[in-house]
Design a protein around this ligand. Structure first.
Ligand code: SAH
Length: 455
């Protein structure tokens, strides 16, 4: 008798067929999850508790994808999205979900990641926003071939034209419309990334309470009729404080090229945060939600609990925002960051705020942190705020070898936070608390700040 070659697996749904199903929960990337005869379907823009008619659009062996054709019985958590572009845009995965339910979802993402990937059982708090719209101080918009502006459709580089974005400052809409009119009026070719031809790539706008920086990225050395464009943009608002040409002639997906030329106004943008004033270059990282950033830094500083005898090491310090806030109560602060412009900004920002107990080093954390520790720098408190990919073993090993009494880890990615948290808990630190901060309402992203203390 031939041996069985294993079970034959039958997928219980068929592509292009419609089904009625209940949405049970959300995946970590914000898709609704429905199960039909045990088979998992991911359903974008569906809300847990909805009963929906869905169309299966893709089937893999273990799971598939479907789209909502009709909501038969809406979930009590379902909200009408205020944004007219919601259905097509994909930037705000959670806008159909009541804001308090979004906060619960984010708490669970952090809790699950820590438990599953870090073997750490902690229940996070979450700090939400009172008005969870128009919070972003940075917007980046590509141009469509006809000169209109918008966002990329999810998982594609097709531009969906927008008339507004509910996450950004309303001034950004007016500025984008002005640039778009200029492109159309003078028939300026929009950059085509497949052919690597055309000029206008994207606009990058940063706003603060009193200023707006407009960076226009082009595949070339100038913007046609730049003087006229400057006139039109500066007429939009007296808050416009700089217009910068960013030269990006490479075949790359990076938002900005290396070279900036100030066409009008200042080279940097001024901002205040936690009572300190900052200047920010286009290439420097700056948190996108200033209201929540104050809460995040406030929590990080509270957890760091520095005294005037403490040396603080702030790794991945950007323009020195956390370092300078910590310097107010610490003996000294050392900030470490890889982007040279950010370190220049950090040094200037220390001077601007008359802070004399902070020094900054421009280098990769994985190189400089082991070196500083080997040179007998002995931090009492370490704060780290790495990019999405998290920290690395060289940096983390050097941190634990210096035996700081507290480590405060700020993270924008629960998965890498959990991985690094496990390393710390396996190397004589105890995870004491984690607070999620909703820096990005209506999207699946969540920031967290976690405290570790030396065993
Ligand atoms: N703490 C800052 C910046 C956090 S974002 C703030 O809150 O504003 C993460 C920062 O890490 C960015 O500024 C990025 O340029 C920097 N970075 C990325 N990789 C790095 C590395 N390998 N070493 C040091 N800094 C790095």
């Amino acid at each position: 008798m031939p041996k069985s070659k294993g079970l034959i697996f039958i997928i219980p749904v068929e592509k292009n067929h419609k089904y009625i199903a209940k949405i049970e929960t959300l995946s970590s990337d914000g898709n609704g999850i429905a199960r039909i005869c045990g088979y998992t379907l991911f359903v974008p823009q569906a809300v847990p508790g909805d009963e929906v008619e869905l169309l299966v659009v893709k089937t893999n062996k273990n799971y598939g994808y479907a789209k909502v054709m009709a909501v038969i019985t809406p979930s009590p958590m379902r909200k009408e999205p205020p944004c007219p572009h919601f259905a097509k845009c994909g930037g705000c995965q959670l806008m159909t979900i009541d804001y308090n339910a979004q906060l619960e979802f984010k708490k669970n993402i952090v809790r699950d990641a820590l438990l599953r990937l870090g073997k750490i059982d902690l229940t996070p708090d979450i700090i939400g926003m009172e008005y969870p719209f128009r919070y972003r101080n940075k917007m980046v918009f590509p141009f469509a071939p006809d000169g209109s502006w918008g966002f990329y459709r999810q998982r594609s580089h097709d531009v969906i034209p927008l008339t507004d974005c509910f996450l950004g400052d309303s001034l950004t809409t007016e500025i984008m419309n002005t640039i778009s009119i200029h492109i159309k009026k003078y028939n300026i070719p929009v950059y085509d990334e497949i052919a690597h031809k055309g000029v206008m790539r994207r606009a990058f706008l940063r706003t603060t309470e009193s200023e707006v920086m407009v960076v226009i990225s082009v595949n070339g050395d100038n913007i046609p009729k730049a003087d006229e464009l400057i006139k039109s943009i500066t007429a939009v608002s007296p808050k416009i404080s700089s217009i910068i040409l960013n030269i990006n002639k490479k075949r790359t997906n990076l938002v900005l090229g290396d070279k900036n030329v100030t066409l009008w106004g200042k080279d940097v943008l001024s901002a205040t945060l936690c009572g300190l004033s900052y200047e920010i270059s286009p290439h420097s990282f700056f948190q996108v939600n200033p209201i929540q950033t104050e809460k995040l830094y406030g929590k990080a500083i509270e957890l760091a609990d520095t005294t005037e005898n403490d040396t603080v090491l702030d790794i991945y310090c950007g323009i020195g925002t956390i370092s300078l806030t910590a310097a107010k109560t610490a003996k000294s602060v050392i900030g470490v960051e890889i982007v040279p412009e950010a370190i220049e900004n950090a040094k200037d920002n220390a001077k601007r705020n008359s802070i004399e107990n902070a020094e900054f080093y421009c280098s990769a954390a994985e190189d400089i942190v082991p070196q500083l520790i080997a040179d007998n720098i002995s931090p009492d408190i370490v704060i780290l705020d790495p990019p999405r990919k998290g920290s690395d073993e060289k940096t983390l090993s050097a941190i634990v070898s210096a035996k700081p009494k507290r480590i405060v880890y700020v993270s924008c990615n629960p998965a890498t936070l959990a991985r690094d948290a496990q390393f710390l808990t396996e190397n004589s630190y105890t995870a004491k608390s984690v607070t999620a901060v909703d820096m990005f309402p209506h999207t699946v992203h969540v920031e967290s700040v976690m405290l570790f203390v030396k065993d």
